[in-house]
Design a binder for this molecule. Structure first.
Ligand SMILES: Nc1nc2c(ncn2[C@@H]2O[C@H](COP(=O)(O)OP(=O)(O)OP(=O)(O)O)[C@@H](O)[C@H]2O)c(=O)[nH]1
Length: 822
């Protein structure tokens, strides 16, 4: 799991300097003082000419903060003490200069202009409108006085004709173009024009004065069968009043063409090549529903269809004929073939694309001999299609068999819990250091950095607490995940925050754990404060048990602070042992280990010198013996999503999470709940190593395909589509209450899932030992009681929980109950 970081866009220098409290600067040594003086001179030198105004003290403070780094100091000073930029002086207009001051009510330029007699007579609103309209961005201020005086003798708003300018606005959109044609006269239009001219020239040559007999008329006479039967008059553009009325009626007229024979392939082929036979001109526009349409704007457009038109109308477009009339105009008869009669009976370009995508066979189809434009487009689309078919596993794996036969190390996750400042992060940092995950150099670096901010004892904690906020506050805020290995096991550490504000994050960590490591602060008074009623020692332990953690290792930490006192260890162990057995941890699932994270005593190596009274295992040995013994590998697949992220260009959608049950391999289909979106496993990583399969208990990163990242979020569950979880809106919960429960609003937590809901009814209170009903429908349930309640989820889509899942109910920052879904 990747660590959640607060990504903040802050000035790095400012942030560092803000953290600096200034206290240490007051007692500088002589050599420091000398360095400060030298640094001051250098900084002053570097700032020369920059106009920065900064005091020596401020420079010294910066130098002190940046450990005498002159470069950083100069950067800081420049970024924080740069001289304020003077507002850019606008070039003052001559217009303004010339006009006497004193007129109020409008902006300076306009007010001055109001001095002019013509303008003064106008209402102010007009003036403002005028100036806002022409004064800005039109170079108005920069005009000469002569130019400005040009209008002085004009009555306002009544400029003589000879002084008016003419604005010509070019139309952006071409008018009347056919789809696919360009704005400036399409090829089609050019062809039509050429033909018209050619026809006119022929007429002149032949001396034929019959204007009504056109080329189209001859065509019509050649194809009498294609003439529409119902046409009595041509459809003409209206010319006279009578004509207009007549045409008005005609345009509404539906002319049903006679059924046409199938178009001869020869004709279609000819037309598809471009112009077709000169004596068989064709017009290309839609004729839908077997109707002829009067389209005066297209009557002169003849030519080959654009590729768009062809792709849109297919072959039909080149088979539509025109009939001419005596008047040199024409009506259009659709010549639909059986296929053309249903304009949308063939697959649309979209259908082609979808078909190409779903049945993509790479480029093989594109190699076919391609003659027709539609096929060309189709082939091009096919060539472009992204192969979106689910990636099959490189080999079909019997995952369970593979798992049984694999001699890899076992995997175990443990969550580190305990009261705030018990030393959890320090202990884990030390563990990682001792195991060789973190090297000496890194620890020394952390030590130096921690010392600088007065937190020298936190350097091991910094191995896990990586955000600036966590380090500066010395508090863990979110689960930190780290891995280390021993000879037999790959461990995943889930370091939980101890502070009560971050209990939901602790819940998220505990939900992924096989067992817990409870860290106790043995120093005087510290154990007691964590153990009292509202201490996190108690809360974390009970929560971990309620979430399903059954094995616990108790690290009695900071024993160095009590001089390795055996009695203190015994006292703490006894108290805690009693409490743990009450909380539901059996004695053989509980281990106690004395240690000190800071000194490293009894963590990786025994510490006989300090702990002569202890003869048990070290912490690492105890962890090794705490590995989970069984996993729900044969159950249906369940993965709880912990984090969703983009794993790069190759892996745009990735999730991390723990496989709670079942197994999976590359190529498997997954269903995400509650979004109900499906995805395919493209890649699997376990402990940052690629793998072909994974089983229950593995913390995995899955690279997914076929799903948009917006459908995934932490807390969602991924499962096999064959055995999905049904998201629940309302369910019964068997709970252990920590606070008084009544019908009330609650937050429902499960792993990273955090949904709001409410307890809608209290079904019964139960006996702790026997589970028998004590009271039906109680009015309330007191703290520490067992009960059965009904919970309703606010989210209409429900939450992905199922029978046996453990959830925690919280309200107002407090855990009020934990329970099992029934
Ligand atoms: N004397 C002594 N101090 C320790 C030991 N372990 C940790 N500390 C100190 O305890 C303080 C808190 O340590 P952390 O490791 O941050 O405690 P934590 O439990 O992780 O804190 P949160 O996660 O914020 O709850 C630091 O000052 C540590 O130096 C130890 O073994 N001995």
């Amino acid at each position: 799991m990747s660590r959640h970081k607060n990504i903040r866009n802050l000035d790095p220098y400012a942030e560092e300097l803000d953290d600096f409290d200034g206290g240490e600067f007051n007692d500088v040594s002589e050599s420091d003082e000398r360095q400060l003086e030298e640094g001051l001179v250098q900084v002053r030198g570097a700032l020369e000419g920059t106009g920065v105004s900064v005091t020596d003290k401020e420079i010294k403070e910066s130098l002190w903060h940046y450990y005498f780094d002159v470069g950083k100091t100069v950067n800081y000073v420049l970024s924080h003490h740069a001289p304020a930029k003077k507002p850019k002086k606008k070039p003052q207009s001559q217009f303004t200069q010339k006009v006497p001051k004193g007129t109020s009510g409008v902006s300076s330029s306009s007010s001055s202009y109001m001095a002019h007699e013509h303008i003064c007579a106008l209402p102010k609103t007009n003036l403002l409108g005028y100036f806002s309209g022409i004064g800005q961005g039109h170079g108005f201020e920069t005009r000469t006085a002569t130019e400005l005086g040009f209008f002085r003798d004009c009555p306002w708003g009544n400029i003589p004709e000879h002084r008016r300018g003419k604005i010509v606005v070019e139309s952006i959109c071409p008018q009347g173009g056919l789809p696919g044609g360009s704005g400036k006269g399409s090829k089609l239009a050019a062809l039509a024009k050429a033909r018209k001219e050619k026809a006119a020239a022929e007429k002149m040559q032949d001396g034929e004065e019959k204007a009504s007999v056109s080329l189209l008329a001859r065509l019509a006479s050649k194809t009498p069968a294609q003439a529409p039967t119902s046409i009595s008059k041509p459809l003409l553009p209206p010319t006279t009043q009578e004509d207009k009325q007549d045409t008005k009626q005609k345009t509404k007229q539906v002319i049903i063409p006679e059924p046409q024979p199938e178009v001869e392939p020869k004709t279609a082929a000819a037309s598809s090549q471009g112009l077709g036979h000169p004596e068989e001109p064709q017009i290309f526009f839609p004729i839908l529903n077997d109707k002829s349409i009067y389209m005066p704007q297209f009557t002169s457009l003849l030519g080959s269809p654009s590729s768009f038109a062809v792709s849109f109308f297919g072959e039909r477009i080149s088979t539509i004929k025109m009939n001419t009339t005596n008047h040199g105009t024409f009506t259009i008869s659709g010549a639909p073939t059986a296929a053309q009669a249903k304009a949308f009976s063939e697959p649309s370009p979209d259908d082609i694309v979808i078909a190409a995508q779903s049945g993509s066979k790479g480029l093989t189809n594109a190699k076919k001999k391609i003659d027709k434009p539609v096929e060309k487009i189709e082939a091009a689309v096919q060539a472009m299609a992204i192969d979106n078919t689910p990636i099959k596993a490189r080999r079909e794996i019997d995952v369970l068999d593979e798992f049984r036969n694999t001699k890899t190390k076992e995997n175990a996750n443990f969550v580190v819990i305990g009261h705030v400042d018990a030393g959890k992060s320090t202990l884990m940092g030390r563990l990682l250091y001792e195991c060789g995950v973190v090297d000496e150099r890194t620890i020394q670096k952390f030590k130096a950095e921690a010392e600088k901010i007065g937190k020298s004892s936190f350097h091991f904690a910094w191995v896990l607490d990586q955000t600036n906020e966590e380090r500066s506050r010395g508090v863990t805020m979110d689960i930190a995940t780290n891995h280390f290995s021993t000879a037999s096991t790959n461990f995943t550490i889930l370091d939980a925050p101890g502070h009560r504000d971050f209990v939901p994050n602790m819940i998220a960590g505990a939900s992924q754990a096989d067992f817990a490591v409870l860290v106790l602060d043995a120093s005087t008074g510290a154990f007691e404060s964590g153990f009292q009623n509202n201490g996190q020692t108690r809360e974390h332990t009970i929560l971990a048990r309620a979430i399903g953690v059954s094995r616990i290792v108790v690290a009695v930490n900071k024993l160095d602070a009590v001089n390795w006192n055996h009695d203190r260890y015994t006292e703490i162990s006894q108290q805690m042992g009693h409490f743990l057995s009450n909380a539901g941890f059996s004695s053989n699932s509980t281990s106690f280990v004395p240690c000190s994270g800071l000194t490293g005593a009894n963590i990786f190596h025994g510490a006989r010198d300090k702990l002569p009274w202890y003869h048990g295992p070290t912490l690492i040995q105890t962890l090794e013996s705490s590995k989970p013994r069984s996993r729900a590998i044969n159950s249906p697949l369940r993965i709880t999503i912990n984090d969703v992220f983009r794993g790069g260009i190759q892996n745009p959608v990735s999730i991390s999470g723990r496989i709670e049950a079942g197994s999976l391999q590359i190529g498997d289909a997954l269903l995400t709940l509650p979004s109900k979106e499906s995805a395919t496993v493209k890649g699997i990583e376990i402990n940052e190593q690629g793998s072909e399969w994974a089983v229950a208990g593995h913390n995995v990163t899955l690279h997914l395909s076929g799903i948009n990242i917006i459908h995934l979020k932490p807390g969602d569950v991924m499962c096999s589509p064959d055995s999905p979880i049904v998201p629940l809106n309302c369910f019964n919960l068997k709970i252990l209450s920590f606070e008084t429960i009544t019908p009330m609003l609650v937050g429902i937590h499960r792993g990273r899932l955090n949904a709001s809901g409410r307890v809608i009814s209290l079904l019964e209170s139960m006996d702790k030992a026997t589970g028998k009903t004590l009271k039906k429908k109680p009015r309330h349930i007191g703290p520490g009681m067992f009960a059965r309640v009904k919970v309703e989820v606010t989210l209409s889509a429900g939450i992905p929980v199922e029978k046996g899942n453990r959830v925690v109910l919280r309200l107002g920052g407090k855990t009020v109950a934990a329970g099992v879904v029934e």
